[in-house]
Design a protein around this ligand. Structure first.
Ligand code: PMP
Length: 536
């Protein structure tokens, strides 16, 4: 029986078929540096065609594919039979990694606080770990506050009972409670009980409210059950809305939006206290805000750098609302913008950081969530774990990645800045030559976006059709691949923008190839000549 023929394609066949419509379902069989080799059949023979990889593992290849020094670490670990999986044991290498991350973060941000590390396996997982920790912290803060509030209830009862304090009418009016008949103006046990009951009820109502998350419009924080609700793209998020957290998406360019949210969502928990023989109401801000998620440069939202003004507003909101800021550096971090943290360029300080992608050096799946000491809840370590996280293989590779970043007084950061500027210059030249076709070039270091003008009303029906179905960027990517041997992809939530996230190894020659290829794509678009697009 030929069972192979009987088995249908089972590994995401729909996605592969969609990629095929733009010629993007190619198979890569080997990779080194910025080059991927794709398999192709020519005259019945299998050949390898080199492709310049500008998608860079969607930002996971700061040092390119199979970097020799990272490979050497991987080989040594395997040859030494390193115990890769040893959950619930001592992991000194994980500690070294956390310490080295702290050293660099202190240097870049000026922070004097430690950041504790929770390791995970993917970007979305690190984001979810941060959010889970933030919620544990919020729930514990709420419980501590509730305990303090309830503790003064007995003091108020005793003071009023003994005649040491009176309960003024305005307190009852303020609470919307009528003074029980016969308790008199001097106060009384029944009135105190009624006031306390009302406060308990109101506070309980607030405590039962679901936490509010904030994230930016256009933001992307993963596609897991929790993180997808923090990702703005409605196509990814909405089908799963019933499963997840409540997020308020904040627009850029409307500074008053944060104040409005604070007003709409903020509330106060009430407490009765005795002061100078009078019972008074004290207000405490209700910790309803769980976390504010922010990317210093939105990756999947179209490579959009956060403005300094918005960064400042987010920081101020975090402080005013006691809302921790979670800086998602999954794509922008690990040196790509010329610093370990892209947020350090903005002076934006995180209560949490999420790092992933290049942390694993393109070989291991690794991510980490960092939380600052003043917010840290040690009990989190007992309620969050993963079989695979913190393993020796990924930690040692990540340590080597940091060593490569920091070598020669940070040569890799400088390379990212310098190579990025050279590439930016090339993209900008194409934009300047084709302003009718290219809308914008954005980004920092080796995280650049090249945005096309909307083509949905194009004369060429094929081009307009692709734009109408969100496939435009993919069709251009297919052409760049097949006509020029260049791999890039549109960003996930802004498909008119192509991403350029090559490694620090990018050469002038490769930049020249990118410029030539984009010039060709722009000429085709200007001529509205879809017949010249090559997609196989
Ligand atoms: N956050 C950001 C900013 C990302 O760019 C991504 C992935 N593109 C993620 C989170 C999710 O990472 P992963 O795919 O590793 O889960």
């Amino acid at each position: 029986m030929n069972s192979e023929n009987a088995v249908p394609e089972l590994a995401e066949p729909n996605l592969r078929a969609l990629l095929a419509t733009a010629g993007l379902d190619v198979e890569y069989v080997r990779a080194e540096g910025n080059t991927l080799y794709r398999r192709s059949e020519t005259g019945g023979e299998s050949v390898e065609i080199p492709v310049l990889d500008c998608a860079g593992g969607y930002g996971s290849l700061m040092f390119g594919h199979n970097h020799p020094e990272l490979l050497a670490v991987a080989r040594r670990l395997l040859d030494d039979h390193t115990p890769v999986h040893a959950q619930f044991s001592s992991h000194p290498y994980a500690n070294s990694l956390a310490a080295e991350l702290n050293r660099i973060i202190r240097r870049e941000t000026g922070s004097e606080e430690w950041y504790f590390a929770t390791f995970a396996n993917s970007g979305a997982e690190a984001v979810e770990a941060a959010v889970k920790h933030a919620e544990l912290d919020r729930v514990l803060r709420l419980a501590e506050l509730t305990e303090r509030i309830e503790a003064t209830g007995d003091q108020v009862r005793a003071a009023v009972d003994s005649g040491a304090a009176v309960l003024p009418d305005e307190v009852l009016t303020r609470l919307g409670v009528e003074r029980p008949a016969g308790t008199g103006a001097a106060g009384g046990a029944d009135a105190v009980e009624a006031a306390l009951a009302k406060i308990t009820e109101e506070n309980a109502r607030l405590r039962a409210k679901a936490p509010v998350f904030l994230a930016l419009e256009g933001g992307f924080h993963g596609k897991l059950m929790g993180s997808v609700q923090l990702t703005h793209n409605a196509g990814y998020r909405e089908p799963f809305a019933a499963l997840g957290v409540r997020t308020r998406f904040v627009p850029d360019g409307r500074p008053e939006a944060l104040e409005e949210i604070l007003k709409e969502e903020g509330a106060t928990l009430l407490q009765l206290v005795v002061e100078d023989g009078l019972v008074r109401v004290v207000e405490h801000p209700h910790p309803v805000f769980c976390a504010f998620l922010v990317e210093p440069i939105q990756g999947e939202g179209g490579i959009r750098p956060l403005s300094k003004e918005l960064a400042r507003s987010i920081q101020a909101f975090g402080e005013a609302a006691d809302c921790p800021v979670v800086i998602d550096e999954v794509q922008s971090g690990m040196g790509r913008t010329g610093a370990l943290l892209a947020s350090s360029h903005l002076g934006l300080r995180g209560d949490y950081y999420a790092l992933a992608k290049s942390l694993g050096g393109g070989l291991a799946k690794a991510s980490v969530m960092l939380v600052r000491e003043s917010r840290y809840r040690p009990q989190f370590e007992l309620v969050h774990s993963s079989t695979f996280a913190k393993d020796s293989f990924s930690c040692h590779i990540a340590l080597k990645v940091l060593e490569l970043l920091e070598a020669d007084d940070g040569r890799a950061y400088r390379q990212a800045t310098e190579r990025g500027a050279a590439l930016h210059g090339a993209l900008e030249r194409v934009r300047a030559a084709f302003p009718d076709v290219v809308k914008d070039v954005r980004g920092k270091g080796l995280m650049l976006g090249f945005e096309f003008q909307d083509q949905s009303l194009a004369d060429d029906e094929t081009i307009a059709g692709a734009a109408g179905t969100g496939m435009f960027g993919y069709v251009i990517a297919g052409h760049l691949l097949h006509a020029h041997g260049i791999r890039t992809f549109p960003t996930a939530s802004a498909t008119n923008t192509l991403r350029f996230e090559p490694s620090v190894l990018l050469t002038d020659d490769e930049i020249g190839r990118i410029e030539k290829a984009l010039t060709d794509a722009c000429e085709i678009l200007r001529a509205q000549a879809s017949d010249r697009l090559v997609t196989s």
